[in-house]
Each structure stands twice: as C-alpha cells, then as structure tokens.
Design a protein around this ligand. Structure first.
Ligand code: ATP
Length: 260
C-alpha cells in the first residue's frame, strides 16, 4: 500500500546571515516523508538537524528550494496546526499543573472547557501519566516531564510530531523505556514522526527511515529504509539486522566526514 507524502523538500538550501558572515546550514536537501513514517535525522553536531526540523515547522525560512507540508507551505501548515513540536528540554511552566500545561495550547486554540478535559485525559493516558494531571512539573522525574511535553504536543491531535532530541538529557535506562513507549504510541496513533538524535542505536531502534547528514553545510549523506519489523522489543538491538543497519549508519556518518 503506498502512503501519502506528508512532507516534501526539494533542493532546500538555508544560509543564516550573521554578524560574522553567512553560515551555510543546509545544502540541497531533497527528501520525501510519507504518512506514518518514523524518520530520524542523525549527523555530527552543527550539521543542521535542528535547522531542518525548524524549517519544516516554519520557524526558519529556506534561502532556496521548495518545502511542502501536507501539500501546503510550511507557514500554512503551521497556521493549520499540522504538527506538534517537542523540544530538547520539556519546557513545562512550573506554576501550572501537568494537565494545565497540556491544556495551554488548547486554551489558545479556543477549545471549550469540556473538549479540553477530554483531550487532556486522552493524551495523559497515551503517555501513561493518567494519574499525574494534578501534579506540578517539579513533582515528576525528568523522563515523566518529557512524556508530559510529548502529551502537550499530541493534545491537539496533529498528524505530524516533530521531536528535537527529546531524550538527549536522560539516562540510558529511562531513555530505553521512553523509546519503547514512543514506538507503541506511534504504532497506536499512526502519526508521522520526525526525530533528531545523536544516538545510532536510538535512530535504528525507532525509525522506518534514517536520514544520515554530513557536517555543515548539512547535506543528506544516506537515507536508510529500515528492514526491521514494526513490532520491536528492546532486544531486537542484538539482532544481526539491527547491527547491519547500525553499521550502515556509521558508514554514512564516516563518508559524510570524508567529503570535506
Ligand atoms: N539562528 C541562527 N543564526 C545563525 N546561525 C545559526 C542559527 N541557528 C543555527 N545556526 C548555525 O547553523 C548550523 C546548524 O545548526 P543546528 O542547530 O541546526 O545543528 P544540529 O545538527 O542540530 O546541531 P546539534 O546536534 O549540536 O544540536 C550551526 O553551525 C549553527 O551554529
């Protein structure tokens, strides 16, 4: 079954103008992301992963090339709330409860109180925080706070979830657990996910498609379609298929480096 393309970049280029001169962040990026894909972006620090994600979210404007999100310009897609964005830090307001934080975008969007309640409850359940709505952020662990921020991004039911290194600051055990939960959530909701990471195992474990980027100016060094099944227990990381894909990611990272 062929899936609809939800994000398409064609020959995208982005140069930041700074006081120290131009910074060429993205170069000739062409990529298609389909409905239900889980796409990870991996590459060396400063290669433009965050910039690309922010460009999809219309938080940056490309200098050249084309970008469509659900057939619209990135700006139109932003206005239509086509995606939720999860940042590196949970970014929860300390004076609001967890439910209050998740409710905030819904308040801004003008949902009625009863609609807000239904949506908040639903997403709290999705991220397994059903009993924590009345707690304040400081009463939750780092991993739970990050789950709450995912819930906030899911609350208005956007089809696309953009995640910028959401688990980078967490210890490995918590991160493994959150990776497992995120995969389950993705399977249940059929969202399209764009995910930035520095971790090869995380990228291979989560993704249907891995985009390996070269050092700045960020280009696509390789796009790997995963052969792993959709159902992935954590110990799949010891399977020969997993190790082979991880090896190809590593090769892509190395090849990208040797271009310069
Ligand atoms: N607003 C900006 N103005 C000027 N330069 C910027 C701006 N945002 C990013 N850059 C530069 O663009 C390049 C790409 O940055 P970006 O944050 O996208 O990289 P990254 O791959 O996400 O890095 P990391 O893995 O370290 O988070 C970097 O050299 C960065 O300094």
């Amino acid at each position: 079954m062929s899936q609809a393309t939800v994000i398409e970049a064609k020959n995208l280029d982005l140069t930041f103008q700074t006081n120290d001169g131009p910074v060429h962040a993205l170069k000739d990026i062409s990529l298609k992301i389909n409905q239900g894909d889980f796409v990870s972006f991996i590459g060396p620090s400063g290669c433009g992963k965050t910039t690309f994600l922010r460009t999809i979210a219309a938080l940056e404007t490309p200098s050249a090339g084309e970008l469509t999100v659900k057939g619209m310009s990135a700006e139109e897609a932003r206005q239509k709330r086509a995606y939720g964005f999860v940042f590196q830090a949970a970014g929860l307001y300390p004076w609001r409860t967890i439910a209050g934080n998740i409710r905030l975008p819904l308040e801004i969007m003008g949902f009625s109180k009863s609609e807000q309640n239904v949506k908040v409850e639903k997403v709290l359940e999705l991220v397994e925080l059903a009993n924590f709505g009345n707690k304040f952020p400081w009463q939750l662990s780092g991993g739970m706070q990050q789950r709450a921020s995912i819930a906030r991004a899911l609350a208005f039911d956007a089809d696309i979830l953009l995640m910028d290194e959401p688990f980078g600051a967490l210890d490995e055990i918590v991160r493994d657990h959150l990776n497992e939960q995120l995969l389950k959530l993705w399977a249940r909701t059929n969202k399209t996910i764009g995910f930035v990471t520095h971790s090869i195992p995380e990228a291979v474990y989560l993704s249907t498609k891995i985009v390996v980027m070269s050092p700045r100016p960020g280009r696509i060094a390789d796009v790997i379609e995963s052969t792993l099944p959709k159902e992935r227990p954590l110990d799949i990381r010891e399977s020969p298929e997993f190790i082979e894909i991880a090896h190809r990611v590593r090769e892509g990272l190395r090849a990208g480096h040797s271009d310069d």
